[in-house]
Ligand binder design. Structure first.
Ligand code: SAM
Length: 326
C-alpha cells in the first residue's frame, strides 16, 4: 500500500529517517520526500503498528500527488468518492501557500456536486490535502496521540534527573533502530526514557546504568508504567551480556567533557563502541546521542549511516549517530 506520512517540523531529519525505517521494515521504501512529508510503499502489516509513531504526526492512504491547484481540482472531479460522510481538510506546510478554509469549501463542493455526503463536524472519512513541495492527497487513517508524550515528560515521572531526553524523541529513536521483534539495549539508561518507550511498544529491553541509585530510580519508573524492571547497575565498558544477543542499541552518552569518576572520555567511547559491536547482532542498528564528534572512532566499529545535529542551546549541540553493525 502507498501511504503519506506527515512529519514533525521540529525534528524533521530524524522524523524522515523514522518514516524511512517504517517503510523498510515492512518490506517497502520511501518513494518521495518533501517538506514534512514522506510518501512510501510497504505491506499492509504496517497498519497494526501505527500507534507506535514518535515523530510521525499523521498517516493517510495515498490518493494522488500533483503540482498545481488546477490539477488538484481535476483530481477531485475524478476521485473515487468513499461511502459515508466525508470532509476535506487542507494543511499548509511551512509558509501559507493557500487559503485552506476557502479551498476546503471549494473541494468539498466539487465532491458534493458529484453526490458525496459532506459532514464537517462528524465525518467518517477525512480527505487530507497537504501543501508541501508538491500537493499530496490521502484518506486520513490515523493521527498520533501526541498528548501521551507530554504526560510522560521526564519531570512527571516518579524518578527524575535533569538531562533526560524527550519521550517523543526517545520513541522515534527506538523506531529508527528498526526492531520488529527482539531486544533493545540502552547501556547508559539514566531514568529510563528510552527503555520505557520501547517497553510501551511491546519490545523486550535491557538497561545498564553506572550508578546504583539511578538504576534503582529507573526501576521505579519502569514499574510505574507496568513494565518489568530489566535494569542493572553496570558499566557500559564491560557489560555482562553474551556476544550478539541484542537486536538494537539506543543510548545517550553523558554530556560531559570528562567523566572524572568513570574514567577518561576517550576511553569511555573506545570501550563502549567495542562493547556495542560485540553485543549487537550483525546488520542491526546502533544509535547514540552525544555532544562530541566521534565520526572517526565510530567508523572503526560501525557503518555510520546518518549524523544529525540538534542545537539544544548556545553551548550544546547534540549529535545523533545512526550506525549499523557491518
Ligand atoms: C545523558 S544520561 C542518560 C539519560 C537517559 N537517556 C534518560 O532519559 O534519563 C547518561 C547516563 O549514563 C550514565 N553513565 C555514565 N557513565 C556510564 C558508564 N560507564 N556505564 C553506564 N552508565 C554510565 C550516567 O550516570 C547517566 O545516567
Amino acid at each position: 500500500m502507498k501511504l503519506i506520512f506527515y512529519l514533525s517540523g521540529d525534528f524533521e531529519e530524524l522524523a524522515e529517517i523514522e518514516a524511512e525505517t517504517f517503510f523498510e521494515i515492512f518490506g517497502g521504501r520511501t518513494v518521495e520526500k518533501g517538506s514534512q512529508i514522506a510518501v512510501g510503499e510497504c505491506s499492509d502489516e504496517i497498519l497494526n503498528h501505527l500507534s507506535k509513531f514518535g515523530l510521525i504526526h499523521e498517516v493517510s492512504k495515498h490518493l494522488f500527488s500533483c503540482r498545481s491547484l488546477k490539477e488538484l481540482e481535476d483530481e477531485f472531479h475524478n476521485l473515487k468518492i468513499p461511502e459515508g460522510k466525508i470532509c476535506v481538510r487542507v494543511k499548509n506546510i511551512g509558509r501559507k501557500k493557500v487559503d485552506s478554509m476557502k479551498l476546503e469549501r471549494e473541494l468539498g463542493a466539487i465532491l458534493w456536486r458529484r453526490g458525496a455526503e459532506i459532514s464537517v463536524s462528524r465525518p467518517q472519512h477525512v480527505i487530507r490535502v497537504y501543501f508541501s513541495d508538491r500537493i499530496h492527497a490521502g484518506l486520513l487513517i490515523r493521527e498520533t496521540n501526541r498528548k501521551q508524550f507530554l504526560l510522560r515528560r521526564p519531570d512527571l515521572k516518579p524518578f527524575f534527573r535533569p538531562g533526560a531526553i524527550l519521550p517523543r524523541i526517545a520513541r522515534s529513536l527506538v523506531n529508527t533502530a528498526g526492531i520488529k521483534e527482539g531486544i533493545l539495549l540502552d547501556p547508559m539508561c539514566g531514568t529510563g526514557t528510552i527503555l520505557i518507550e520501547a517497553g510501551l511498544m511491546g519490545l523486550e529491553f535491557i538497561g545498564f546504568e553506572a550508578y546504583r541509585k539511578i538504576a534503582d530510580g529507573c526501576a521505579v519508573n519502569l514499574k510505574y508504567y507496568g513494565l518489568p524492571a530489566n535494569v542493572m547497575a553496570g558499566d557500559v565498558r564491560k557489560m555482562c551480556l553474551k556476544d550478539e544477543v541484542v537486536d538494537g542499541i539506543v543510548t545517550d552518552f553523558p554530556y560531559l567533557q570528562s567523566t572524572k569518576t568513570l574514567g577518561e572520555i576517550h576511553e569511555l567511547y573506545t570501550l563502549a563502541f567495542q562493547e556495542f559491536e560485540r553485543v549487537v547482532k550483525r546488520k542491526k542498528r546502533i544509535i547514540f546521542l552525544t555532544n562530541l564528534d566521534v565520526d572517526e572512532l565510530a567508523s572503526e566499529h560501525f557503518c555510520v549511516e546518518h549524523k544529525i545535529h540538534q542545537k539544544l542551546h548556545k553551548s550544546l549541540t547534540r549529535r545523533i549517530y545512526i550506525c549499523r553493525k557491518r
